[in-house]
Design a binder for this molecule. Structure first.
Ligand code: GTP
Ligand code: MG
Length: 206
C-alpha cells in the first residue's frame, strides 16, 4: 500500500498540542539518533522533516498524518543534547511529559536507539518512564547500515532483554531502507489500524 505523510501540526508549547483527533504514535529518542531521517525514509521524501548532522535540530513536536490509514506519527524533539542549557532541557522534559501523560489518543511510542551504542542512561530513563505510564514501546535500532550483523544481533538481544517481552527490536536504516516495510507494519499495528484492511477499502485504489 502507498502511504503518504503530510505535516498537519507543529507545536512548540503545550497549548499548541491539541486539536488532533486521530490516534497517534510518537517517535522518541536521543538527539541525532535519526528520528527525522526515519520520517523521511517512511515518506520516501528527503526534505519532509528537517535533518541535520548537528544535534538538536528538531525543537518542536511535529505531527504527520499517515493517509489513508488515519493516524499520526509525532516526531518529538530529541533529548540528551550535551550543549543544551538546563533551562532548555527542563523545557523539553515538561513539554514531552505533558504530551505523553495527557493524551488519550497516544497508542504507543517508537523508541529509537542507536544500533552502534551500548544502552545509554537517558534511553533507559525514557523507557522506564514510558513503562511507568504503561505506554506500549516499540524499539527501533537506527543506523544499522553502520553495524555488522553480529553487532545488530547483539544489540537486538540486549534491548530485547532490557525491555522484556513483545517483539524483538526492529533493525532499521534510513540510509538503505532496511526494515522499512516491517516498520510500517509495526507502526500501523501500534496505532491500532490494519494496513491490509485499509488497502482493501481505500477509495479510488484499484
Ligand atoms: P534531532 O532532530 O536533533 O533530535 O535529531 P534526529 O533524531 O531527528 O536525527 P536526524 O534524522 O536529523 O539525523 C542525524 C544525523 O544522522 C544526520 O546526519 C543523518 O544523516 C544521520 N542518519 C540518520 N539516520 C541514519 C541512518 O540510518 N544511517 C546513517 N548512516 N546515518 C543516518
Ligand atoms: Mg529531528
Amino acid at each position: 500500500m502507498n502511504r503518504t505523510l503530510t505535516i498537519v501540526k507543529t507545536a512548540f508549547q503545550a497549548d499548541q498540542m491539541g486539536g488532533i483527533s486521530l490516534p497517534q504514535v510518537a517517535l522518541a529518542g536521543r538527539s541525532n539518533v535519526g528520528k527525522s531521517s526515519l520520517i523521511n525514509c517512511l515518506a520516501g521524501r528527503r526534505q519532509l522533516a528537517k535533518t541535520s548532522a548537528t544535534p538538536g535540530k528538531t525543537r518542536s513536536l511535529n505531527f504527520y498524518e499517515v493517509a489513508p490509514l488515519a493516524y499520526c506519527l509525532v516526531d518529538l524533539p530529541g533529548y540528551g543534547y550535551a550543549r543544551c542549557s538546563k533551562a532548555e532541557r527542563d523545557k523539553w522534559a515538561e513539554l514531552i511529559g505533558l504530551y505523553l501523560r495527557g493524551n488519550d489518543l497516544l497508542r504507543g511510542v517508537a523508541v529509537l536507539l542507536d544500533c552502534r551504542l551500548e544502552p545509554q542512561q537517558n534511553d533507559l530513563t525514557l523507557t522506564g518512564y514510558l513503562q511507568h505510564l504503561r505506554l506500549p514501546i516499540m524499539a527501533v535500532l537506527t543506523k544499522a547500515d553502520k553495524c555488522s550483523q553480529k553487532e545488530r544481533a547483539q544489540r537486538q538481544r540486549q534491548w530485547g532483554d532490557l525491555l522484556g517481552g513483545g517483539e524483538p527490536p526492529l533493525v532499521f536504516s534510513s540510509k538503505t531502507g532496511l526494515g522499512r516495510e516491517a516498520l510500517w507494519r509495526r507502526l500501523d499495528a501500534l496505532a491500532g489500524v490494519n494496513g491490509a484492511d485499509a488497502a482493501a477499502t481505500a477509495p479510488g485504489e484499484p
